[in-house]
Design a protein around this ligand. Sequence first.
Ligand SMILES: Cc1ncc(COP(=O)(O)O)c(C=O)c1O
Length: 498
Amino acid sequence: MKTPGGMLLTGIELDRASPMPLYRQLYLQVRKQILSGRLAGGTRLPSTRTLCKELGLSRITLLNAFDQLTAEGFLVSRTGAGTYVGDEWEGRAANTGIERQPPRLSSLSQAVHSLRSEHFSGVSYSAWDPDCPTSFLPSHPAYDAFPMAAWKRLMNRHLRKPGKEQLGYGELKGLRRLREAIVDYVLDARGIECTPEQVVITSGAQQAFNLLGMLLLNPGDAVWMEDPGHIAARIAFQALGCRLVPLRIDEQGLDVQQGLRECPEARLAFSTPSRQHPLGTTMSYARRQELIDWAGRSQGWIVEDDCDSEFRYVGRTLPALYALDGGQRVIYVGTFSKVLYPSLRLGYVILPEALVEPFCAIRAVMDRSPSTLHQATTADFMQDGHFLGHIRRMRSLYQARQARLFEALQRELGGFLCVAPAEAGLHMIGWLPEGCDDDALARDLAGQRVYTYALRDYCMHHYLPPGLLLGFAATPEELAGLRAEEFARALRALGWKL
Ligand SMILES: Cc1ncc(COP(=O)(O)O)c(C=O)c1O
């Protein structure tokens, strides 16, 4: 906009406490306004006297800035007519439209972007409102029951003596003490025999999936994926240009025979054998053996995602797939996101020996090791005996929370939802009437502040009835009834007859 009578330099902010001289600050800000098109070519500036008054500057400071802007062609002085923005900057405002065009991105980035918006079209994790009493989102453990006092005490021990171990770059594989604690834990809990050299600490399981994809897969390689299955892992492999082979889940788990029929040459199989995510099935012993046999024969890899095997309420926890195969073709991925808390961002990979160094080489390029302070605190938590006690307490808490919520949902919604209690994990599935669009329902419910995920989001092929994932771990027992009532009220408000 050109104002004949002069134009005040709005938006100029001078920091008098800054070590940068005021004339330099003024010069940089006026130049930025011209370059961005905010001050258009041909614009007449106010008189130096007015500007000095407006900006609280001495005349010499202002002239210093303007002299430099004039020397560089940003401003022109017309005798008797004042100071103008150089005409060649005319049209700069229109050009800024070009600058606002979306940036040119790599194919990988474009793939990730579109895959994420395609897969996460429903209710987003970030839409969850912690103050809302009707959240059934499945990824939340019981934050209210986390032993923060013990955690703080352990962390403070390290904070009191800041040094290299707490504040420096950590070991590339992760803190040795933590790796040793993991070795003891997985032997005891999962029957896995490994050495600390085979364990690499990652920023959660998700980073492990990405690094494993980069380590083992080329564009076009086929990957067996559980259908329905873990969405974030699927995206990680798809973004690398891999071809996904969706395999159905039956009562024994992943249908290995389907994989053998459709794509025996797959390079990798991704599986959640201890609690199929999201359906909750435990993979049978026979299926485990079939899967391991396939990997051995075809020199394929199996990524075993074991994110919450600690929380089993019914039946025996079978040893990990890794234990069965003796660490030949199985790569085990564990996480502290469910047993401790997700923002900790600590997970671990247990690798066959031959993969350790190549994995670490990729890791070194992508990242360093996660926060050493958190690794040290987690190692203490495990070695001082808090970890197993916490898991035991959480297992019985979640079992009780599930029972209460199950009862309440049956009572309030039994005519509409067919809820099956989960044998393991942190969510149940509420099966919906045939023909119901679970995706649309989850979105509508979120509009009523009732948060669930649709089963459809996890599916590549739609062969299952519609359903909702109903997290129970974060719902205190005394609130279960109220939450189920609110859930029912929201459904009625949406026009559903219960
Ligand atoms: C099936 C599955 N695996 C792994 C994870 C853990 O991921 P991370 O360790 O990156 O938090 C999740 C998180 O929700 C999950 O659902």
